[in-house]
Design a protein around this ligand. Structure first.
Ligand SMILES: C[S@@+](CC[C@H](N)C(=O)[O-])C[C@H]1O[C@@H](n2cnc3c(N)ncnc32)[C@H](O)[C@@H]1O
Length: 388
């Protein structure tokens, strides 16, 4: 019983963006963390299907005491999970509707023309607009051209659909189709299920697997070739390599990060991407001296500080990632760091443009402070909000 109640409570907390699955499960005090984690993740995965079954059977109308999240975990376990092994009075309540729920599931499968539960999940996910983000591939212009990369994929039997003309074009890609992004010329868009991590073009640094939201900050900063640029919180360096490509490896890219391990990964990735105009420093950006003559020609700063990730709600894998843990004190500490870093970036005397990349949660958390900074320096900063 406690298992279902706790899982339902965590679903509620996730809706309220009060943390990641991992954090909430670990903080729940439940004795079997692994079992609770699996139940929450699986229920999330099946949520659209569960909601449809709960609606078509009028379950909540028939059982007034039953709340939607409790219903979801119970119906999940009955139909797709272990079959309600525990559950006390909840189990008894849901078992009254067992045959109706099972028939609703069978009807849904007939309607979707699928035979197993997993297929139902897949067709539901792909038919729900916006449920799955496409895979974005940034062509690394330091190593290749967009045309040559397109040709390479075509030779592997992918069909290139040309340049997208509307967002709808990105939503109906087949597994062997790809399309040029609507806004960024070096970005190609693939089916959400395509995994290119083992692909030669990726392992050789010709393409970078980078979401569109993550490509926007460097695109917006758009430093002219030869400029001096600071990437304040740089590791693992996707935006740094994007900046280097925009600079055509000419100029100077000062990249800072506090985390030694991430910085060493970044070194490897930049080497692979053919970046040569960078200078990496394992340093707290807040302690970088703006009056140091080394930075006197810096006109552009990209600020992509650590983020709670709690604005991310639509991807289970991201919800369960450590980066997304966002207990309140951590969120506040990060929000405060973001403001300090923004002010620090603006204190570099020659800086003309700062792109502050953040998520909607932090933007809201820092609303007053950021508004004040924007009023003072609005001509020099742009906020780039991405909950990818
Ligand atoms: C969101 S990640 C940056 C991602 C990176 N811009 C990219 O596109 O690959 C934030 C980074 O900020 C670093 N960081 C946190 N506090 C910092 C500080 N005070 N100075 C420099 N880097 C910091 C973290 O170690 C982390 O690697």
């Amino acid at each position: 019983m406690a298992l279902y109640v706790k899982a339902a409570a965590i679903l509620g907390q996730l809706e309220g963006k009060r943390g990641s699955v991992k954090t909430l499960v670990y903080n729940s005090g439940h004795k079997n963390i692994k079992q609770l984690f699996a139940l929450v993740c699986e229920t999330l995965k099946y949520t659209p299907v569960l909601e449809e079954i709960i609606n078509t059977t009028d379950l909540l109308k028939k059982e007034k005491k039953l709340q939607i999240n409790v219903a979801k975990v119970l119906v999940y376990d009955l139909l797709f999970g272990k079959g309600l092994k525990c559950g006390g009075s909840w189990k008894a309540l849901i078992m009254k509707h067992r045959s109706q729920l099972k028939s609703a599931l069978a009807r849904l499968k007939v309607k979707r023309k699928v035979s197993c539960n997993e297929d139902l999940l897949e067709t539901k996910a792909s038919s729900t607009a916006g449920c799955q983000l496409p895979r974005y591939v940034r062509v690394n212009l330091l190593k290749n051209t967009v045309e040559d990369v397109i040709d390479y994929f075509k030779r592997e039997d992918y069909t290139y659909l040309g340049q997208a003309t509307s967002v709808a074009d990105l939503k109906h890609l087949g597994r062997k189709q790809f399309i040029g992004d609507l806004h960024l010329p070096e970005l190609l868009v693939f089916h959400p299920k395509i995994d290119l991590h083992e692909h030669f073009l990726y392992t050789a640094g010709h393409i970078i697997l980078q979401d569109k939201a993550s490509c926007l900050p460097a695109h917006l900063l758009n430093p002219p070739t030869g400029s001096h640029v600071i990437d304040a919180c740089a590791a693992p360096g996707n935006k740094t390599s994007h900046l280097a490509a925009i600079l055509c490896n000419k100029g100077k890219l000062f990249a800072f990060d506090l985390d030694t391990k991430r910085l060493s990964t970044m070194g490897t990735l930049l080497l692979r991407a053919g970046v040569t105009c960078h200078e990496l420093a394992n340093q707290d950006f807040l302690l970088v001296d703006p009056s140091n003559p080394k930075y006197q020609n810096v006109k552009y700063i990209l600020l992509d500080p650590s983020c709670s990730g709690s604005g991310i709600v639509n991807r289970l894998n991201q919800l369960t990632d450590d980066e997304t843990s966002s207990s309140r004190p951590r969120l506040l500490a990060l929000a405060s760091f973001q403001c300090k870093a923004l002010n620090h970036a603006l204190s570099f005397p020659g800086v003309e443009r700062v792109i502050y990349s953040t998520c909607s949660i932090h933007r809201e958390e820092n609303e007053d402070v950021v508004e004040e900074i924007l009023q003072q320096h609005g001509n020099r900063i742009r906020c780039c909000i991405g909950d990818c």
